[in-house]
Design a protein around this ligand. Structure first.
Ligand SMILES: C[S@@+](CC[C@H](N)C(=O)[O-])C[C@H]1O[C@@H](n2cnc3c(N)ncnc32)[C@H](O)[C@@H]1O
Length: 217
């Protein structure tokens, strides 16, 4: 496998990260066996996952999987009920081929803001860096645009809808609580924050759904 560190895929305009065109082009440009993990790998996240993923049979949804090794490393670690989604058809096809020896893994082309699953379908939903891509915008990070807030709300509304009661939403990001908490707060869960790393901190937010969702406005 090729670990992608090439500066060629870094966009001139960072707001490109919030567009499907950017990701599709990036994955078409890269070799199909490229891997790139934003922030942290499964090995580093494992101790934190153990605290909130109750058992290896848990149904897990990975939002915006990209070509990260997270899903396959979790599978090798014994989690067999994993669904991976991304809106880039190219990366989904590449990942399907890369993981063809993992027959139970599901790979679906889908937008995280319009999930094609029934209500309360998953025990665990993981977002590693994907909400961050939605948030790549110009303007004041302290006072994001209404449009950005609405896009992130679509994702969190969908997560709340398809997460089972008792299940957890896990979000791994570089985004500090003062920038992220406002997007994550809901009536049905408490937001718990843990930090990872020494020199540079990453954040591990976990939200356990305690009661059924109430439709939000
Ligand atoms: C920053 S990368 C993170 C990749 C991976 N989760 C990781 O940890 O390395 C964001 C990924 O989310 C996907 N993505 C961004 N917005 C999306 C959306 N609205 N629906 C589905 N996938 C999306 C992109 O195609 C890209 O693969």
């Amino acid at each position: 496998m090729v670990a992608s560190t090439s500066l060629n895929v870094v966009p001139e305009d960072p707001t490109a990260y919030k567009t499907k065109e950017y990701w599709e082009q990036r994955y078409q440009q890269e070799s199909p066996d490229t891997t790139f993990d934003w922030f942290k790998t499964h090995e580093e996240l494992k101790p934190l996952f153990q605290g909130c993923i109750p058992h290896k049979d848990a149904s897990i949804l990975i939002l915006g999987c990209g070509n990260s090794t997270l899903g396959e490393d979790m599978y090798r670690d014994g989690y067999k009920n994993i669904t991976n989604i991304d809106y880039s058809g190219t990366v989904i096809e590449n990942m399907k081929k890369r993981c063809e020896d993992m027959p139970d893994m599901k790979w679906l082309e889908m937008d995280i803001r319009a999930l094609e699953f029934e209500n309360e379908s998953f025990d665990i939903i993981i977002d590693k860096g994907t909400m961050d891509a939605l948030m790549c915008d110009r303007g004041d990070v302290w006072d994001p645009s209404e449009e950005l807030v609405a896009e992130v709300k679509k994702e969190v509304d969908e997560v709340e809808r398809v997460l089972k009661v008792g299940g957890s939403f896990i979000y791994i990001t570089f985004g500090q609580p003062h920038f992220r908490k406002r997007h994550l707060v809901r009536d049905c869960w408490q937001v718990k924050t843990q930090t990872l790393g020494d020199a540079f901190h990453y954040f591990f937010y976990s939200m356990q759904k305690e009661k059924p969702s109430t439709p939000s406005s």
